[in-house]
Design a protein around this ligand. Structure first.
Ligand SMILES: NC(=O)c1ccc[n+]([C@@H]2O[C@H](COP(=O)([O-])OP(=O)(O)OC[C@H]3O[C@@H](n4cnc5c(N)ncnc54)[C@H](OP(=O)(O)O)[C@@H]3O)[C@@H](O)[C@H]2O)c1
Length: 239
């Protein structure tokens, strides 16, 4: 059976992906801080889940937890870097920005690098990052979120280039969701094309199987991506 780790599987897209992977025969290491939610998920299919609760912000702890998890899984074929946060921050409260950056930049980078080294050593593997359409342009309601997601997008591109230049048998996939119906979008205004977690997870799995480089989820968000990337700054600033 193939082995996967999902960073941030307690709710939302991570939880949806855990279900799709187990349905497709994977054994999945599920992580997050809220252990009771991970246990709830494991109870659905105890044979196919292994729990490891940790906070990705705690970078002194991440490597140990990941190594323990891989040991318990008996190997690793796929890792999905999904954990993320980015609350609205109209007053630019630095503590809020800091948590977003520590999670989406520092934690993300630590785990991406750990996975890259692991896959390089074993000569294969698939690294998937759940970034966001929000990473394509800056966003006034949460500048740290759009900034962090832009970082993730470029970081994954750098790793993909590194894997290619070093001739490694490694795949790097950047999944860029639009709106997905999770706690992250609850109460957000102006939402459209909101996908269910199930639909988004199925499309993400399809992209993983096809070893795509960059994928918008749902697919129609590629149109929005095309438009917002082209939008001149003097128009974008007024939105
Ligand atoms: N929903 C959308 O519309 C949307 C759109 C674009 C991109 N995304 C991206 O999709 C990913 C998943 O988000 P979601 O919408 O599914 O939201 P969610 O339901 O809030 O899920 C976030 C997951 O990340 C984990 N997480 C957050 N901070 C963590 C930390 N410090 N340490 C360990 N785990 C942590 C959470 O687990 P614990 O809280 O238990 O730790 C949870 O499992 C995020 O990267 C998000 O940026 C979402």
């Amino acid at each position: 059976m193939k082995k996967a780790i999902i960073i941030g599987a307690s709710t939302g897209i991570g939880r949806g992906m855990a279900r799709v992977l187990t349905d497709n025969g994977y054994i999945v290491g599920i992580t997050g801080r809220r252990i009771h939610l991970l246990e709830e998920l494991k109870n659905e299919n105890p044979e196919q889940y292994i729990i490891k609760a940790f906070d990705v912000k705690d970078i002194n702890n991440n490597a140990t937890k990941l190594s323990e998890l891989v040991e318990e899984l008996g190997g690793l074929d796929l890792i999905i870097l999904n954990a993320g946060t980015g609350p609205y921050n109209y007053d630019l409260d630095f503590e809020v920005e800091k948590v977003t950056i520590e999670t989406d930049v520092i934690g993300f980078t630590f785990i991406a690098d750990w996975a890259f080294r692991y896959f390089k050593k074993q000569s294969y593997g698939h690294l998937v990052g759940i970034t966001s359409i929000a990473g394509l342009r800056g966003n006034r309601v949460s500048p740290s979120y759009s900034g962090s997601k832009a970082f993730e997008i470029k970081y994954l591109e750098g790793l993909r280039q590194k894997a290619k230049k070093e001739d490694l048998h490694m795949h790097v996939t950047d999944i860029r969701p639009g709106y997905v119906d999770t706690s992250m979008t609850k109460g957000e205004s102006g939402i459209f094309w909101l996908a269910s977690v199930e639909k988004a997870s199925k499309q993400i799995y399809g992209a993983i199987k096809a070893k795509k480089r960059i994928v918008y989820v749902t697919k129609r968000w590629a149109i929005i991506a095309f438009i917002i990337k082209l939008l001149p700054g003097f128009i974008y600033e007024r939105l």
